[in-house]
Design a protein around this ligand. Structure first.
Ligand code: GCO
Length: 446
């Protein structure tokens, strides 16, 4: 068994970037060396995390980072996508915390020494708790605090970083965090989601200005996630339901960035659900990005519903990952092709794609053939989108290693490397071996 793509695929070229991805809160631990963040608070709230766990130790990457970078280098990847813990690098007064900054500079220097491009995400959901205490993303001021952090940290990192992304998945921060409450800070209310989303997007625009000023030679942009929406039947009302869900969950986050306006749906939102948009905000939000990061895992199927307008049907009789997410690679191609036709996209990087699977450690090995299939099918899906004209330049597997999967705790394993949380021993899974072989062979075949 191996992972392969057609010989003529541009994804076989050494110019195509392959990487692995992680996020600070999910792997670092070392919580006593930084300010508290909203995920610390959320984890300590009864009933929020499936296995009652937290991020205090996680993969202990805070101590094991050198070993982890050796592991990344051994895979032969071109790039590593990591996120910066905002509460590790700032003090409460907004000044930089030198010790925290140095932690990342050491990582970036080692990556550069090993010729691994650093793709840095500035916000992967770990808002400093003291900022949440002032209203978090419901407070417009947070967008300016984020830009200030982006300004300072990009100056401190300088040319060590190949690519900066402002936000990771503002949909998750806004909707999961402030509307349905399954992520930190756990607020629930239809009136919150789109207000938080607007401040996040404003924060993106303001931070991008700082990045373009301080590190214009870096590739600067944003990472968005998409769960394409499909109708359950060909009935018109189901098609409309899927379309509406798509406007709320997907287009809401990309359209302001690409087109400088929200979907028309905004005109139908009740007053109390409306974001607070100031003159000039949308110009700031729609400034040109050097790249767009796209995260894809699964699709969603909707039917019409009298009360809620659209209702998500759970998948039946289809292959699922351990998250219960349908495995449907065709939606990945269709998503990429459709975004490319709706918008004038900058170069696209697939910044996350992968699967949680019920891994079994047997004789010190994990034969995760299901995950290998997932990668193979989704790499094919990306290739199909390229063939149909989408400009895609890179692909990052989520994730380098098993880690803290948010509300699911440590029960769901997304890694291509297995982590034994007792001993912190890392074991390369079969998917990791084959992903690495695939990346390496591409460089030797003519
Ligand atoms: C994301 C992620 C990752 C998750 C992954 C699986 O950016 O979507 O936040 O942090 O672990 O998506 O759910």
């Amino acid at each position: 068994m191996k992972i392969e793509l057609p010989k003529e695929s541009t994804m076989q070229s050494s110019k195509f970037t392959y990487g692995v991805a992680t996020a600070a809160f999910q792997i670092e631990g070392g919580t006593d060396k930084r300010l508290p963040c909203i995920w610390d608070t959320f984890c300590s709230t009864e009933g929020k995390i499936a296995d009652k766990s937290d991020g205090q130790i996680a993969c202990d990457h805070f101590n094991l980072w050198q070993e982890d970078i050796e592991l990344i280098a051994s895979l032969g990847v071109d790039a590593y996508r990591l996120s910066i813990s905002w509460p590790r690098v700032v003090n409460k007064d907004g000044s930089l915390n030198n010790e925290g900054v140095q932690f990342y500079i050491n990582i970036l220097d080692l990556l550069n020494q090993k010729n691994i491009k650093a793709f840095v995400t500035l916000y992967h959901w770990d808002l400093p708790q003291h900022i949440e205490d002032n209203g978090g993303w419901l407070n417009r001021e947070t967008a300016y605090l984020f830009a200030d952090y982006a300004d300072k940290i990009s100056q401190a990192f300088g040319n060590r970083v190949h690519s900066f992304a402002t936000l990771n998945e503002p949909f998750c921060s806004a909707y999961l965090g402030y509307e349905v409450g399954i992520h930190a800070p756990g607020l629930i209310g239809k009136e919150f989601g789109k207000k938080a989303a607007h401040h996040l997007l404003l924060g993106h625009g303001l931070a991008l200005q700082a990045l373009q000023k301080n590190v214009p030679e870096a590739m600067n942009g944003i990472v968005l996630n998409f769960t394409p929406c499909y109708p359950q039947s060909s009935k018109e009302e189901d098609i409309n339901a899927a379309h509406l869900a798509d406007q709320h969950f997907n287009q809401w986050y990309i359209k302001p960035i690409m087109d400088g306006c929200y979907p028309e749906l905004i005109n139908e939102l009740p007053n109390e659900h409306q974001p607070d948009i100031f003159p000039g905000d949308l110009e700031i939000i729609s400034a040109k990005n050097d790249f767009l990061g796209i995260n894809y895992y699964t699709r969603a199927v909707y039917r019409a519903d009298d009360k809620t307008q659209f209702h998500q049907e759970l998948p039946e009789n289809t292959p699922l990952t351990d998250m219960g997410w349908e495995i449907y690679p065709q939606a990945f191609t269709e998503l990429l092709v459709s975004l490319n036709s709706l918008y004038s996209l900058p170069p696209v990087y697939i910044t996350e794609n992968g699967a949680a699977m019920p891994d079994q450690l047997v004789n010190n090995a994990i034969m995760d053939l299901d995950r290998v299939d997932y990668f193979q099918e989704h790499l094919n899906a990306v290739n199909n989108a390229i063939v149909q004209g989408v400009n895609i330049q890179g692909y990052f597997a989520w994730s380098l290693m098993d880690n803290f999967e948010w509300a699911e705790g440590y029960e769901k394993r997304f890694g291509i490397v297995y982590v034994d949380y007792e001993s912190q021993k890392r074991t390369l899974k079969h998917s990791g071996l084959l992903y690495s072989d695939f990346i390496k062979q591409r460089l030797i075949t003519p």
